[in-house]
Ligand binder design. Structure first.
Ligand SMILES: Nc1ncnc2c1ncn2[C@@H]1O[C@H](COP(=O)(O)OP(=O)(O)OP(=O)(O)O)[C@@H](O)[C@H]1O
Ligand SMILES: [Mg+2]
Length: 461
């Protein structure tokens, strides 16, 4: 059961929110101001934080900053009074997941929380990315060097960029680098994952809506285009946008203007657009799933990120980069990788690309006692005779996107199970200590153990 922390100074609102969320099946804790909220978060954790903006002592913005700093993958939803869109934009810019306006609509709030919970889960599964840190793109291969040159050249232009590449090749990181390399860097970078938005909510999510536009629209709300005004809008998984929406998107891009759902007023915005996909859009165009005109409008500057197996020269640098990152984070001191182990890393096919490599380094680091990572520190799955043929029957070049995702999901689960088993071994089956070692809550560890059919020792129960 996902856990939601509600922070609000109004006792009534707190009660209503808590009741609503419990009805939706969440475990709820409440706090009456920012300071108390942070203590509560520290003490018992949360999967999502919902906080009011204006409160005595510590306000919502400060809560947001503190959560960003201490628990960066916990999504924060801000409650704002109706009409204070400016502070909402400010909050999104600072990394808030979403906001709801007061007086809030129950369906809207439920939807926002459900989305946040899902995003939190996938962030976990994908391991923490460095979204809030610098966009440190590394790579020595000629292709990566060329990508870096293109980023330098086009970052500070208004031209639309289309990034393509398999899952985990760094598309989001490139989008972030483009934004940070532009003079828009102090304005918002708004990301929207087109695959995560239900088809019929896409338009209102992108362009916003006016009050009364549909049942449940009790207030009006700006869409992501408006929130990104002056900044960058990153349309992730653009290949998932339904064909009907593609027409509206094209118009918004060409004219830089649109109407909110249920509205008549035309809104103009200044937005730099970056789009990404792991699909073969040429194939989608052929099949009538993607509009050619939209494709040309998006791919003014195409950036192709090749799979990691096609740029193995990047592996040593990436490994060094991730060692540094996780040494710092896990307080470890591993200096490098023995040549035999590095050879294995370079021979492996990496179906989950850089994300898989990063997860592996984090996990190896957790257990290695250094100074160098040795062959025996690497999991068997990397070394076996089938190492370059991932476990799925599809082989190393999945024929469709689903194939790739399935492989990645399977591998992630394998990795997770293996990691948990080792943590339990290490702690003699003590669930509390194993959870600490894995840096997850005891509760989520128990859920995972049940899922994988693992048992801890009795000492702890
Ligand atoms: N060139 C690189 N240098 C350093 N880190 C990288 C590089 N490319 C990717 N990463 C890291 O690998 C992870 C996956 O990258 P990212 O999320 O950008 O991939 P993606 O292509 O958007 O994947 P998906 O299609 O699954 O969303 C991130 O943690 C990112 O920081
Ligand atoms: Mg991505």
């Amino acid at each position: 059961m996902a856990k939601v922390l509600v922070i609000d100074d109004e006792a009534n609102l707190r009660k209503v929110l808590a009741a609503l969320l419990r009805r939706d099946g969440y475990e709820v804790t409440v706090a009456q101001d920012g300071a108390e909220g942070l203590v509560e978060l520290e003490k018992s954790g949360a999967d999502v934080v919902v906080t009011d903006l204006v409160m005595p002592k510590l306000g919502g913005m400060d809560v947001l900053k503190a959560v960003n700093a201490t628990a960066p993958d916990v999504p924060v939803i801000i409650i704002t009074a109706h009409g204070t869109v400016d502070s909402a934009v400010e909050a999104i810019k600072l990394g808030a997941f979403d906001y709801v306006t007061k007086p809030f609509d129950q369906t809207e709030l439920s939807a926002a929380i459900a989305k946040a919970v899902r995003s939190h889960e996938s962030a976990r599964a994908n391991a923490r990315s460095d979204a809030r840190g610098r966009a440190a793109l590394v790579g020595d291969s000629p292709t990566m060097q060329e990508v870096l040159r293109i980023i330098d050249r086009v970052a500070d232009t208004p031209s639309t960029v289309l990034i393509t590449g398999e899952s985990g090749t760094g598309k989001e990181l490139v989008a972030t680098a483009l934004h940070e390399g532009s003079s828009r860097r102090n304005r918002p970078l708004i990301r929207i994952n087109c695959a995560a938005i239900p088809k019929d909510l896409m338009e209102s999510e992108l362009f916003g809506y006016e009050r009364g536009a549909f049942t449940g629209a009790v207030t009006s709300k700006p869409g992501r285009f408006e929130l990104a005004d002056g900044g960058t809008l990153f349309l992730d998984e653009i290949g998932e946008v339904p064909v009907e929406m593609q027409v509206k998107l094209l118009r918004a891009l060409q004219e830089s203007e649109f109407e909110r759902v249920g509205g008549i007023k035309t809104t103009r915005v200044d937005v730099r657009l970056v789009a990404a996909t792991n699909r073969d859009l040429a194939e989608d165009i052929e099949a009538g799933r993607f509009r050619k005109d939209l494709f040309y409008r998006l791919a003014v500057v195409p950036i192709v990120l090749p799979p990691l197996r096609d740029r193995t020269e990047d592996i040593p640098t990436l490994v060094r980069h991730f060692l540094q990152k996780y040494n710092r984070r896990l307080n470890k001191q591993i200096d490098g990788v023995e040549p035999e182990a590095l050879a294995v890393l370079q021979a492996y096919a990496w179906p989950g690309n850089i994300r898989e490599l990063e997860n592996l380094i984090e996990r190896v680091l957790l257990f290695a006692d250094g100074p160098l990572i040795r062959l025996k520190d690497l999991p068997d799955s990397l070394r076996g005779p089938t190492a370059t043929m991932p476990s799925a029957p599809l082989g190393s070049t999945p024929s469709s996107e689903t194939g790739l995702k399935d492989i990645v999901r399977m591998r992630a689960a394998e990795l997770e199970k293996d990691l948990i088993t080792r943590a339990l071994e290490e702690t003699g089956g003590n669930v509390t200590r194993a959870a600490k070692l894995l840096q997850i809550s005891r509760k989520s560890l128990q859920t995972k153990m049940k899922e994988f059919g693992l048992r801890g020792g009795e000492a702890d129960e």
